[in-house]
Design a protein around this ligand. Sequence first.
Ligand SMILES: [Zn+2]
Length: 73
Amino acid sequence: MKKAVLRLCIACRELKDRKEMHRIMTEHESNTVILNPNKHQFGRSAYLCKSEQCIKKIKKNKRFKGIYEMIVS
Ligand SMILES: [Zn+2]
């Protein structure tokens, strides 16, 4: 059995399977936040559960507010 890759959710702080999460990346050069970037983009990554609860949580966070809008749009 293949081991799941676990990532820490920025909203609930729980470790979850990477496949069940959104990837949020801050690009080095432009310092813009990108939702689920492609492989050619590099930057600092954060992860968020695809659950409604966690998505709602980041709405209150100034830094991730734009991400919330991208997910729900
Ligand atoms: Zn979560």
